[in-house]
Design a protein around this ligand. Structure first.
Ligand code: NCD
Ligand code: ZN
Ligand code: ZN
Length: 368
């Protein structure tokens, strides 16, 4: 069977009580998951969102694209302390910190990062590619000494994998990045472990599947649930705007197949990216979708739709820690098949944010 047919056959119907569900699962217990890609922001927004992540996940890779970005170990330690302080009383949650790669970063920072123990990766943003990426990398060459230090000390590189070349169509920017930047990077640093973040295309699925054990990918809930039509249903939908953009239905099918097939180099990363409502509902709106309020529950919908609920635990709770060489979590969480209504907005200081599925139902609920 060709890859195409296989992916087509696995495309989820999202019909939870379809004819195949002879004895539908209504309760699911799994090892507590981790989120391998989240934006927790800072200040009032951090205070508003961190509990959603901490309720579901034991740990999360916290993205460093603050304004200004987290570029030193000292800044990462201070940010980590602010996150811990913002947690609700009694919450047990470990933020896994990252540094924001710039052309000015020195290899000594990598040595310090490794020694500090709380920095788990360095994040590469192509300059201008996404939210707060103005200080990102224009040219990777000046970063080679830093990348060599990361390879030597085994600190993973996380990639926002899109070219910024205005001549490349925005829907093609991930696919072009693979050949133009990722392949040369892998050749130059064969021992460097890399995570291609928030993948959105069949090309990325195939590239990572065919790649070495040093290459993994995270997949968001929204790219598993939505295709690009969701940007225009009944009008322009700014709350479905994220980067990389949602793609065609066939790409969503390939992502669902990759996530649900039990492949250890595809794992959960929500890319939950809150923005105040006014920054999204604007003539020049920000990219980012907030999913932390229902993250695991939304993934459960996808896995159920693909008749693969038995593979959710690997994707959500096992392959990520294995890749990052961290222990798997020992405690467990329970999901119950019981629909609940997402609120239309979530308060964030003086602002509000609009979560995914605002005012609509989510099929699974996390037990307390
Ligand atoms: C992210 C953000 O808002 O920080 N936005 C997004 O659309 N994914 C940045 C990112 O992950 O690229
Ligand atoms: Zn990104
Ligand atoms: Zn992100």
């Amino acid at each position: 069977m060709s890859d195409d047919l296989d992916a087509g056959a696995r495309r989820p119907t999202l019909a939870p009580d379809g004819p195949q569900a002879s004895s539908p699962v209504t309760c699911l217990s799994l090892a507590r998951p981790d989120d391998w890609h989240v934006h927790l922001r800072d200040g009032a927004m951090l205070a508003a969102v961190v509990a959603d992540t901490a309720r579901r996940f034991a740990r999360a890779i916290v993205m460093p694209n603050l304004d200004p970005p987290v570029r030193t170990v000292g800044q990462a330690l201070a940010y980590r302390a602010r996150i811990l302080k913002a947690l609700p009383a009694g919450a047990r949650f470990e933020p896994l910190m990252t540094l924001y790669l710039t052309e000015a970063m020195r290899p000594e920072e990598i040595v310090r990062a490794k020694a500090a123990g709380v920095v788990h990766a360095v994040k590469y943003y192509p300059a201008g590619a996404t939210t707060h990426a103005a200080l990102g990398v224009r040219d990777l060459r000046p970063c080679y000494p830093v990348l060599a230090a990361m390879e030597r000390l085994d600190l993973p590189l996380l990639l926002h994998g899109e070219v910024t070349d205005p001549a490349v169509d925005v829907f093609d920017r991930e696919a072009v990045f693979l050949e133009r930047h990722l392949l040369p990077l892998m050749r130059a640093f064969p021992g460097l472990r890399m995570v291609l973040e928030h993948i959105t295309t069949r090309a990325a699925v195939e590239f990572v599947s065919a790649g070495p054990d040093t290459l993994a990918a995270t997949i968001t809930a929204h790219h598993l649930l939505l295709d690009r039509n969701a940007l225009f249903v009944g009008g322009l939908r700014p709350h479905h705007y994220c980067l990389p953009l949602l793609k065609r239905a066939e790409h969503r099918g390939a992502l669902v197949a990759a996530a649900t097939r039990g492949h250890p180099r595809f794992f959960l990363g929500t890319d939950s990216a809150p923005h105040p409502r006014h920054a999204k509902e604007s003539p020049c709106g920000c990219a980012g979708i907030y999913t932390a309020h229902a993250a695991l529950e939304l993934y459960a919908e996808v896995f159920e739709g693909a008749h693969a609920l038995d593979r959710l635990e690997g994707f959500a709770s096992q392959y990520g820690p294995d890749f990052y060489r961290l222990p798997r979590n020992q405690d467990r969480v329970t999901l119950i098949k019981e629909p609940w209504q997402v609120p239309p907005t979530i308060a964030a200081g003086a602002d509000v944010l609009v979560p995914l599925r605002a005012g609509e139902a989510v099929a699974w609920r996390l037990a307390d």
